[in-house]
Design a protein around this ligand. Sequence first.
Ligand code: PA5
Length: 505
Amino acid sequence: MAGFVLDEFGENETIRRQIARGRGQEEPYEQAAFEQANTISLDVTNMFDGPEPTSMHRKDLEQIIPGALEANTMLERGEGDIRDHDIPMTGWLNLPEEITAGHLKEIASATRELSGEIDAFVSLGIGGSYLGIEATFRALTHSFFNQLSREQRGGAPEIYFLGQNMDPDFYRDTFDMLEGKRVAINVISKSGTTTETAIAFRILQQALESRLGKEARRFILVTTDREKGALKKVAREKGYRTFVIPDNVGGRFSVLTDVGLVGLAMANIDLGEFTAGFRRMRRLTRTNDFWRNPSLVHAALRYAAWLKGKKIEVVATNATSLYPVARWMEQLFPESEGHKGQGLWVSPSLYSEKLHANGQMVQQGERNIIETFLLLREHDNRLPIPRQREDLDGLNFLPDNGMDMNDINRKVVEGPAYAHYQGGVPNMTFEIPRRNSYNLGQFYYLMERSVAVSGFLLGHNPFVQPGVESYKTAMFALIGKPGFEDKAKRMKEKLQKMERTVIHA
Ligand code: PA5
C-alpha cells in the first residue's frame, strides 16, 4: 500500500516557528503594533441575567466592586493576609519589572551550552514546580515535539516531564524513550522534600552517575531554595549547578522564576518575549479602574458567582495547545481558593471532546456551574475542508461558504457559550490572539493577580496551601519517613478503628 501523502497542507507553521526560534529570530514584541495585535479580550456578556434562579445581575457585581478595588490596593501595598512563615508571598507581583535581561541571558546561555551535548532533557517536579513549564512548552510547540527531527525542533533536545506522579509504568515507558540517549535533568522543588520529585530525582541521578561517574554533575541541574532544604544540600555536596526559587514566590506563582525559565529556555522559548507579556499585564492590572482591569473583573465575577451558589468552573478551550494552560489554572485557583470550605472547583476541558462527555451535565445538570472559555483566535495553521463532487455527507456548504476548520473550531466555543448560557450556565470568554510566549505571559499574570484578589475577597490567605501539606505529611508517615513515627502511629490507630467496607467483585 502506498504511504500517506499530505503535501497539499504545506509547511507546518508551528515547526517553522520552532526553527525560527532555534535560530534566535525574535518576534518584534517591543513594538506597539505587536502589542496591539496581541491584546487579550474578555467578554463577560453571558455572565449576567441568565434564565436560572441563581443567575447573576449587574447589581450583584456592583456590590462586590468596592471590595475588589480594596483588594487590589492592598495587594499593591503589600497589606493583608499574604504571609507564609512570616514571608510576604507577593514576590511574583513585581517580578516582571525586577527580572533583568542579564538574568534571562544567563539562563539562555547555560541551557544553550548544555543543549548541544544532550539528546533529551527531563524536567522533574510536581504542582507549581511542574504545571507552568509543561503548559507553556505544550502551548508553544508541536503536539508531537519529541517525535520530530532535531532540526524540526529548532535544535532543541527532546523534552520530558517526570515527578508529577508515582506510576512505575509511566516511568518505565519514559525510560524506554530515554534509552541510549544523552540525557540532562533539572530537578525542581522549592521545599526540596517533596516525595514524588525526590524519588524521580534519585532514580535519574543514579542512572546518570552510574553511566558517567563524576562527569554526571554537568548534566544535573537543581532548581530549589537559595539556602535551605535537602536538595540544596545534595547540590552543594555534589557540585551541581543550581537555580533559585525566590523565598517570596510560591510554587504556583513561579513560572516566571527559574522554575519555568530553565526548561523553557531549553525548548528555545523566547524568555524576553515571555517576560514582556507579564510586564504588559502588570501595567494593565495595577489600575483601580474596574472595567479596564481584567484581573479585577475576572475575580469579582467568579466571586459573585460563588456567592450565588456556583461551585464549579469549567475552563474550556478549543485549542489542544491551551488545554495544559487550563490544567495550570486547575492548580492555581483551587490551591489558592480551597480554604475554609470556600472556592470554585476548576474543571479543565478540551472542546469539542468534552462536549460529548460532560457537555450533557453542563447543559442540563445541577445549575451550580460557570464556564470560562479560553478561545484561541488564530491557530498556527489553517486547514481547508475539501469540496467533493458527490457531496454524499452534505458538507459542501462549508467550503462553499468559505469556511475552513479554523472557522468551525471557533464555533466550538461560540456554540456552547450560547447554548450553555440559555441552559443556565453563566460564561465568559478570554480570546487569546495567537500562540506565543507574550500572550501566555500576559495570561498567567492576569490569572495570578485574579486569584490573589479572589483570596482577599474570600477573606483568606491565597498564598499558602496547608491542605497540600497535610497529604504530604500523611504520605511521609505511610512510607515510614524518619521523623514521622508519631504521625504514623496515630494514623494506624485511626485507620484500625474505622469499620472498613470493601466489596470484592
Ligand atoms: O504551589 C505550590 O506551592 C505547590 O503546588 C508546590 O509547587 C508543590 O507542592 C511542589 O512543591 P515543591 O516545589 O516544594 O516540591
